[in-house]
Write a protein of this length. Sequence first.
Length: 127
Amino acid sequence: MTNKAVIHSEKAPQAIGTYSQAVKVNNTIYLSGQIPLDPETMTMVEGDIKKQIRRVFDNLSAVCEAGGGELKDMVKLNVFLTDLENFSSVNEVMAEYFCEPYPARAAIGVAALPKGAAVEMDGILVL
């Protein structure tokens, strides 16, 4: 039998649609996409792309912690960018949050993201 639970953190932006911040199934947590929303104001973080990427990682981290994990437990990370020129910035900021072994990762160029975001990320953790 599958043990399924919804994960929720007040330290991450509230869902802006019909989804959960994350869902835990047995020892795996599936994180919904996070954009650079400030969880307190629910407004987009302003500033350069690195500041936005940091906000996304902070949001993901908050949800990980609410589920009993950490970013280091991430086995798969998906990065969505409206401009693939920002890929090197993702690598730079990611090095501030992760150490080896790094999660498997995909970086995908997209035409648009919710609320006009330049970056969105989701992932999978195994506890």
